[in-house]
Design a protein around this ligand. Structure first.
Ligand code: PLP
Length: 232
């Protein structure tokens, strides 16, 4: 299937999953995970109806920006971000979804202040508490939010998670439900500069489940672009 056909299928799946969950399909944004896809593929996805692209690597982001690949879509950063590369991302993307440490938060804040802008971010949560994975552990979350509450240059718009790789369909439902609860708990605490309007969870294999559990943004790569060829 072509990228165009795949996008149509994912958009129609989103609609069905939302309706099945009693939700308005317009509450869910499709973020195309464009890593390892060239500008031409990205343009095809946007022409087919993708309104948001998520990039993982700074180098790819910079190269595709130079080719105007993302024209017509919002641009997000969704990969692990090193503090020394913050300059190349802050102000270039409307949302950094993958803020996973106090150090990174401080670096983004400093750069955004320097540019005189406000950078929207999500906090990436290590919801499966996996030692091999990035993302904040539960005990780190509130410290981050207190920092953001004092900030003039950074705003938290929600949470993002990459749950553990699962063996069986439905395995991640408990993590999706935990994410949803966490966002409700945070909302109740009423931090300045923090809102929980975005819950970024769900990928190619499990986005329908994520939507059933309150996801407002799914990040989909393979189901749009096909399997990535890591061999090249
Ligand atoms: C690659 C990637 C995705 C998409 O994964 P697929 O399984 O290909 O849909 C989502 N989120 C992040 C952070 C990614 O790096």
């Amino acid at each position: 299937m072509s990228i165009t056909e795949n996008v149509a299928k994912v958009l129609s799946d989103i609609e069905q999953a939302a309706i099945a969950a009693g939700r308005d399909p317009r509450q869910i944004t499709l973020c195309a995970a464009t890593k390892m896809n060239d500008a031409q593929n990205v343009r095809e996805a946007i022409a087919a109806g993708v309104r948001c692209c998520g990039e993982n690597r700074v180098q790819e982001l910079t190269a595709k920006l130079a080719e105007n690949a993302y024209e017509g879509a919002d641009l997000h950063f969704i990969g692990h971000l090193q503090t020394n590369k913050v300059k190349q991302v802050v102000g270039k993307v409307s949302l950094i979804q993958s803020v996973d440490s106090l150090r990174l938060l401080e670096a983004i804040e400093k750069e955004a202040a320097k540019q005189g802008i406000r950078q929207d971010i999500l906090l990436e949560i290590n919801i499966g508490e996996e030692s091999s994975k990035s993302g904040l552990h539960r005990e780190e979350i509130y410290q981050m939010l207190e920092k953001v509450a004092q900030s003039t240059a950074v705003r938290v718009r929600g949470l993002m998670a990459i749950p553990p790789i699962c063996q069986n369909p439905g395995d991640n439902n408990k993590f999706f439900a935990e994410m949803c609860n966490l966002s409700v708990d945070i909302t109740e605490k009423k931090y300045d500069n923090v809102c929980m309007e975005i819950l970024s969870m769900g990928m190619s294999d499990d986005y329908a489940d994520a939507i059933a559990h309150g996801s407002t943004m799914i990040r989909v790569g393979t189901a749009i672009f096909g399997a990535r060829n890591y061999g090249v």
